[in-house]
Design a protein around this ligand. Structure first.
Ligand SMILES: *[C@@H]1O[C@H](CO)[C@@H](O)[C@H](O)[C@H]1NC(C)=O
Ligand SMILES: *[C@@H]1O[C@H](CO)[C@@H](O)[C@H](O)[C@H]1NC(C)=O
Ligand SMILES: *[C@@H]1O[C@H](CO)[C@@H](O)[C@H](O)[C@H]1NC(C)=O
Length: 833
């Protein structure tokens, strides 16, 4: 059985190529930084009784971070996140009572959620809250950080009633542009301009303008700057909405960008106090090779350039494929957006009852266009002077025919099993003089991915577990000059440095990280921030991560490798781990100086932990084991184990030669051989395929082992039935025979039992053969790893909440297979073997 298993696994491992970093599907962050490791780098703020830290705004100088939360506004000092000032802004009791009376939830809805907080002028902020479903806005005086109680304004159209509804807004020259729902029921979407010298302006209430939108972002682009045509500034709005133009997919949601011109004051008769320049177009984010179309827009980040023509929009999208969540980032250039708005319109054809491209003559001046020099020269000084035929056309044709495609026609980044929620982008100059875009992406489970845009693909530098327990990252703000990132969630605000170069321990590690903020300093023998440093003594290669410049004597900070002593009882399944320091590295094992081949031992692959498993260790397994972690041909580090195998109870060394001991089970093995091989093939390919799903919690250091073993935490209880092979051997139930003196667990073959069944062999096949690995999906959590002072093997904690170990595997797999539609997949690693 064992040779069969090992050979099968060996051949499988040979077939399966290691993770291909460039492959869009398998985008693996190079480093995983769990919450506990992040602790020192991250600073956090929260205040008792306050939740929903959702609205984050930096002041001009990046000295203060303003935080809008539930019934409170805070001013925090950036760098320390120390509380500088706080305002309690509760909805009054009578408003809450009204809210409850109107049928809203007193636990969630009837509070004042601060949803808008932006600089109004040099002395005041403008703030809006949901105010128990009666939105209100007011000014916050900055010098004393006080709320102007007198100037309370109706927040209708400026802030949502419902705290869960999407909303966006921005203040431009004292005027507030907002996209929200205008009524209590949340049925009337509107894009509105308020405050300032003009009367308020809004969208026409027509489904062709806005149809159940979910607003996510807005952007102000100064297109008048140095314009040769006397063009106007524009405000862009990003949202998803129900499509009107696809009649056969009545339910289809699409992503949109809409825009209005800043100088728009509405029409004189037609479109009075309504936008005459409202135009919208579809944003496409599709991965054609994977046949994936992303329509749910979650967030948009606007990255300004040196001039407005260099403005870039990054869209965060989510989709579901069967039962798999997929997220994508698409990048759009503003000139592509402009082209769509200058292209043909879509039109509803009454006769065909369909939307199609409008191909007749377009009225002049062009409907939806901003007022430019040409308009002024032709007697249209403002939108009030536009002719009715232009305005009527604009009212009926808000949608452009041509969609806006992403840069290179496909997503910049695709990730399975991820729900991206937020994004900010920084530009950083590498030592090679190239300006790199670094993306910080928040997820639905509280992680932040740091991604480097390399043009053709994205390199995920690291993933940081910012919020634990898992909470969606609801907002992200970047302080570019202070090099800080702020993340808001339901329970906390967290501040992170944009880079923590000290995480990289060696020159090789530092260069392979491809973090443009970091370089290896030969002088200091440290990975340091490049900011303000001279390049001559620094090693960095963001583009090709060539580590050859590291060959100069590298000072190993940790000093020489200290071998870890491991002593085990014969028959024990020996598990040695290799901590790789990079998810893109591979583990290479040697035994007594010779490379280990898979027949001698089982090498388990896992993204974060590579383990060497020697089932039923015997005397011949004593010796020195060394693990090298290798990435792109460069060695990152190594670990050495000195293993001694001792004779154990009832397990004399001399009878423990592995093949001899198999004699007893050989007949069984032959019988089960074919079944075993088939099952192993299925298990292994499925294991790889389902690994991410099974191992959702695998962000902690753990792995999936394949042993039907359960060990007692205490002497036998009714729950724990001793196996037939050992129930006569009372002394084995002494905990001492399961734990080494340092608290590590021994694995004693033959003591596996089935929790829910009778004695092994009488219930469900496959029955446990003592000491042999079994093709069962029982999960054993390897962890926590022991510190370097100990002797280096792993405590095995069994997943008690997991499925019973003896559940019929074949049945289980079949069920899983039927449930799942295969995901279209370009990556050979993930396709079935
Ligand atoms: C909300 O209403 C429930 C039932 O009406 C009541 O038990 C609870 O105390 C209320 N909670 C608050 C915070 O008012
Ligand atoms: C800012 O706006 C507020 C509210 O309208 C006003 O009271 C204040 O005088 C303004 N400050 C400046 C410096 O203009
Ligand atoms: C391991 O064993 C060797 C030789 O027995 C000894 O010199 C060394 O100190 C031991 N190492 C540890 C970490 O205990």
């Amino acid at each position: 059985m064992a040779p069969c298993l090992l050979l099968a696994l060996a051949s499988l491992l040979a077939l399966v190529p290691s993770a291909a970093p460039g492959s869009s599907w398998s985008a693996v962050p190079r480093k995983t930084v769990p919450y506990a490791e992040l602790k020192d780098a991250a600073k956090r703020f929260s205040q008792g009784g306050v939740s929903h830290y959702l609205t984050l705004t930096l002041d001009e100088a990046e000295a203060l971070l303003y935080v809008g939360a539930r019934e409170a506004v805070f001013a925090l000092a950036t760098g320390t996140v120390e509380l500088k000032a706080a305002i309690s802004w509760e909805a009054p009791v009578e408003k809450k009572a009204e809210c409850i009376q109107k049928g809203k939830n007193n636990q969630t809805d009837c509070f004042n959620y601060v949803r808008f907080l932006q600089s109004y002028n040099s002395s005041h902020l403008y703030a809006c809250g949901t105010y128990a479903f009666q939105p209100k806005c007011t000014y916050i005086e900055l010098s004393g950080f006080t709320l102007d109680q007198v100037a309370f304004e109706d927040g209708k159209g400026k802030c949502p009633y419902d705290p869960t509804k999407g909303h966006t807004g921005l203040i431009v020259d004292g005027e507030l542009y907002s996209a929200t729902f205008n009524n209590f029921l949340g049925t009337e979407p509107v894009i509105l301009r308020n405050l300032g010298p003009h009367y308020s302006m809004k969208t026409e209430y027509l489904t062709s303008w806005l149809n159940e939108p979910h607003f996510v972002a807005s952007a102000y682009v100064q297109e008048s700057a140095a314009s040769s045509t006397g063009d106007d500034d524009k405000v862009y709005f990003f949202f998803s909405e129900r499509a009107v133009e696809y009649d056969c997919y009545a339910e289809q949601v699409v992503a949109r960008v809409a825009r209005v011109c800043k100088g728009d004051v509405g029409g004189a008769r037609t479109l009075q106090k309504k936008w005459t320049t409202f135009l919208k177009a579809r944003l496409v984010c599709s991965a054609p090779e994977q046949q994936l179309h992303f329509n749910r827009l979650q967030a948009v980040f606007t990255l300004p350039g040196a001039d407005w023509q260099d403005t870039t929009f990054f869209g965060v999208f989510q989709a579901r494929w069967g039962d798999v969540d997929v997220s994508a980032i698409c990048r759009y250039h503003i000139l592509e957006v402009k082209k769509a708005f200058e292209g043909p319109y879509k039109e509803y054809r009454e006769q065909a009852q369909k939307w199609g491209r409008y191909s007749d003559e377009v009225p002049s001046p062009r409907p939806g266009a901003c007022i430019t020099d040409w308009h002024r020269q032709n007697g249209f000084a403002s939108s009030l002077e536009l002719p009715d035929n232009t305005l009527n056309f604009a009212k009926k044709h808000p949608l452009m025919d041509e969609p806006i495609l992403p840069h290179r026609g496909r997503p910049l980044l695709l990730k399975k099993d991820a729900n991206f929620t937020q994004l900010v982008v920084d530009r950083v100059t590498g030592l090679d003089g190239t300006i790199y875009e670094v993306l910080f992406i928040g997820t639905g489970d509280g992680w932040v991915h740091k991604a480097l845009n390399l043009g053709a693909h994205v390199h995920l530098v690291e993933e940081l577990q910012v919020f634990e327990p898992a909470q969606p990252v609801e907002s992200l703000v970047l302080a570019g000059r202070k090099k800080l990132l702020f993340a808001g969630s339901r329970f906390q605000v967290a501040q992170l440095p944009l880079a923590d170069c000290s995480r990289y321990q060696s020159c090789t590690d530092c260069v392979l990280a491809r973090d443009p903020y970091c370089a290896w300093s030969r002088n200091a023998s440290l990975c340091v921030r490049t900011e303000g440093l001279n390049g001559s003594q620094l090693v960095q290669d963001v583009l090709s991560s060539d580590t050859r410049a590291c060959t100069l004597p590298q000072v190993a900070k940790q000093g020489p490798i200290i071998p870890k002593n491991v002593t085990v009882v014969a028959g024990t399944d020996l598990v040695l781990t290799c901590r790789l320091g990079s998810n893109l590295a591979q583990a290479l094992w040697t035994f007594e100086g010779r490379a280990l081949v898979a027949e001698q031992a089982l090498v388990l692959h896992d993204a974060r932990l590579r383990a060497l498993v020697v089932p039923g260790a015997g005397a011949q397994h004593s010796g020195t084991y060394r693990c090298y972690s290798e990435e792109q041909g460069a060695r990152l580090g190594s670990e050495v184990y000195r293993v001694a195998v001792l004779a154990g109870p009832g397990m004399p060394l001399e009878t423990r030669a592995p093949l001899e001991s198999l004699g007893l089970v050989w007949v069984v093995a032959v019988c089960l051989g074919a079944l075993c091989l088939v099952l192993v093939l299925v298990v292994f390919s499925l294991w790889r395929r389902l690994r991410e799903e099974l191992g959702k919690g695998a962000k902690a250091i753990e792995s999936t082992l394949v042993y039907p073993i359960e060990l007692p935490k205490e002497p036998p209880s009714p729950r724990f039935v001793p196996s037939a092979a050992s129930d006569s051997d009372e002394k084995l139930w002494d905990p001492a025979s399961y734990y080494y003196s340092d608290g590590s667990l021994k694995i004693v073959p033959g003591h596996a039992v089935c929790r829910n069944g009778g004695p092994p062999g009488t219930t469900s096949p496959p029955s446990a053969i003592p000491g042999q690995p079994l093709h069962s999906p029982t999960r054993i959590h390897l962890g926590p790893l022991r510190g370097s002072s100990s002797n280096g093997y792993i405590r095995l904690a069994l997943g008690a909440e997991e499925r019973p170990p003896c559940a019929d595997l074949a049945e289980e797999l079949r069920r899983k297979l039927q449930q799942r539609q295969p995901l279209p997949d370009s990556n050979p690693e993930e396709s079935s073997v």
